[in-house]
Design a protein around this ligand. Structure first.
Ligand SMILES: [Zn+2]
Length: 396
């Protein structure tokens, strides 16, 4: 009986070793883009026979393909090169928004295949709507469901880590909305993840920046102001999942009342709606964002004063984040970037006045450079990285 148990344990252990070796080989091919079996054996220290059998399994699963003949290094036959097969697997990402959700499909290399907004009338049926749209996207692209490797949802709101329920001031959802459970039940054999949208913006920035950045804070100026934090290449959400509530850092305890009930929150003094509100109070006229941007760039004094005040408040908040987290980069995204390079320069100047010199010499302060929808893009890369790091790339 004991022997039987030991035997089973040995089989399980062997299976585990094989899975982690498969993951290792797949990750190396993904990282090197084009690599031979001999090089894989050399890098991993695995025997050429083991590498060959693992590569065969990946080719059989369509995750990897042979891409051509490499150049000869020494004597013998020219090596056959291997690469990731982008059509070997797909991930779906959904960005929840006021109208419904944006559903996007990405291949195994993270290339976008489609992205579309689906409007939702009744948010109590959100889960079923996402499932229906996901099934229809796969059908449209002729992708068998066994090639779907993961689903990831970006949420503009707070996610309770334990219950997976969300609280959002942007979405018309109640706390008992079960869309995540519905998704999880439908796609139970693959990873289904959910995260705050600012975190995925931060992740998108991390993977697209030319300079390798391991720790960054992405401040997302949207309907509210949220921040995504990456620490040592990982998304940081805090003990209860609420890290990154940057918009509700108070920079003036005598300031205007915020919708959270506190005074002087960054969201209440330095967001685009707050800037527009102050300008309209001073000018006794309501301005659109475009009009505000034009007035700022044309040197309008009133607008300039309001924007400078907001900039100072924002710099105070950002400096707190810098002192607390000490990131390599602070990235600004969302509607405030419409104020252009003059605003960014102003922000850098304000920060230079108050932050430690050791930070100011190295810290990158920049607008987002992603250029595509950062939420769906970041969610897709996060999902793919999660799959590559774990063993989720096994299609069966
Ligand atoms: Zn607040």
């Amino acid at each position: 009986m004991l022997d039987e148990k030991k035997k089973k344990q040995r089989v399980a252990n062997l299976q585990l070793v094989k899975m982690s070796n498969l993951t290792l080989i797949f990750n190396l091919i993904n990282k090197k883009r084009s690599v031979s079996r001999a090089e894989l054996a050399q890098v991993t220290g695995l025997s050429p026979t083991t590498v060959s059998s693992l590569v065969d399994e990946l080719i059989e699963n369509s995750m990897v393909r042979e891409s051509g003949i490499g150049s000869l290094n020494g004597s013998g036959r020219k090596p056959i090169l291997l690469e990731i097969n982008p059509e070997g697997g797909y991930v779906l990402t959904a960005e929840l928004c006021q109208e419904g959700f944006v559903l996007a499909l990405f291949d195994l290399e993270g290339a976008p295949k489609s992205e579309k907004l689906y409007k939702v009338k009744d948010f109590s049926k959100l889960g079923a709507e996402i499932v229906r749209s996901a099934e229809s996207v796969l059908r449209e692209h002729g992708i068998p469901e066994k090639k779907l490797l993961g689903v990831c949802v970006g949420v503009p709101g707070i996610i309770d880590k334990a219950s997976k329920r969300i609280t959002s001031t942007v979405l018309p959802v109640t706390e008992d909305n079960d869309f995540f459970d519905v998704l999880h039940d439908r796609f139970h054999s693959i990873p289904v993840k959910m995260g705050n949208e600012s975190c995925f913006c931060a992740y998108s920035e991390k993977v697209t920046r030319e300079i390798n950045v391991h720790s960054l804070v992405y401040i997302d100026f949207n309907v509210g102001i949220g921040a995504g934090i990456i620490l040592d290449d990982r998304i940081f959400t805090g003990a209860f999942g609420n890290a990154g509530e940057f918009g509700h850092i108070s920079v003036d305890y005598n300031g205007p009342v915020c919708k959270c009930g506190n005074r002087g929150c960054i969201e209440a003094v330095a967001s685009m709606p707050a800037i527009l509100k102050r300008v309209s109070e001073k000018k006794k006229a309501v301005l659109t964002i475009d009009e505000l941007v034009r007035a700022f760039n044309n040197g309008d004094e009133t607008v300039g004063d309001v924007v400078r005040d907001a900039c100072r408040a924002l710099a105070t908040g950002i400096n707190s984040a810098i002192n607390m987290v000490n990131p390599e980069a602070i990235i600004i995204g969302g509607d405030i970037t419409k104020l252009g390079s003059r605003f960014l320069e102003l922000l850098r100047l304000e920060l230079d006045k108050i932050m430690f010199k050791t930070n100011s010499e190295k810290l990158i302060i920049d607008y987002s450079t992603v250029g595509v929808n950062p939420v769906t893009h970041g969610a897709a890369y996060y999902m793919l990285d999660t799959i590559f790091k774990a063993n989720g790339f096994i299609v069966e």
